[in-house]
Design a protein around this ligand. Structure first.
Ligand code: S3P
Length: 166
């Protein structure tokens, strides 16, 4: 079994995927971390030096490599499922879980100090950027097998809800 968490930046994919992997006894994999490892650069650096299009290619490569693995819980990047080919690949090879956090909560989380996400720090108007991206991406996120509407963002609560729906 392969599980992948999808959803917008700041929706808690990494935290929840780690905890879910722990509870299931599966391996945790973070696509952003895999990209950074293979490129030997931070995500911010890849965006700056090579551009977003290049980043998307590496991100897709790392997603596709996971076909060789079983018993994994994957934290995707916010944009990972947002192309026809990647969402199809996810639907064919993973049990997908969309962490649906409302835009207000996302904005609060993303505006916190220390945010290093290039799409956010390079934006002149974070509200507009987030709302526009979210609108474009919901069509992909909504194709997940399981949709979790995050109201109480307590990790244990969310993990238990996912486990009950697997
Ligand atoms: C991105 C989300 C980030 C990272 C990159 C691009 C996006 O991952 O992959 O900055 O396009 O939404 P997180 O969702 O883990 O922040």
């Amino acid at each position: 079994m392969r599980i992948i968490l999808i959803g917008f930046m700041g929706s808690g994919k990494t935290t929840i995927a780690k905890a879910l992997a722990h509870d299931l006894g599966f391996k945790f994999i973070d696509i952003d971390a895999e990209v950074e490892k293979s490129e030997q650069k931070t995500i911010a650096n890849i965006f700056e030096v090579n551009g977003e299009e290049y980043f998307r290619k590496i991100e897709t490569n790392e997603l596709k490599k996971l076909i060789d693995k079983k018993f994994i819980v994957v934290a995707s990047g916010g944009g990972t499922p947002c192309s026809e080919s990647n969402i199809e690949f996810i639907k064919n090879n993973f049990t997908s879980v969309f962490l649906n956090v409302d835009s207000e909560q996302l904005l609060t989380r993303l505006k916190k100090k220390g945010n290093k996400r290039p799409l956010i720090i390079e934006s002149k108007n974070i509200d507009n950027t987030v709302l526009a991206l979210l609108q474009k991406r919901m069509i992909f996120y909504n194709q997940a097998d399981i949709i979790i509407d995050i109201i109480d963002s307590n990790t244990k609560t969310v993990v238990n809800e996912i486990m009950s729906k697997l």
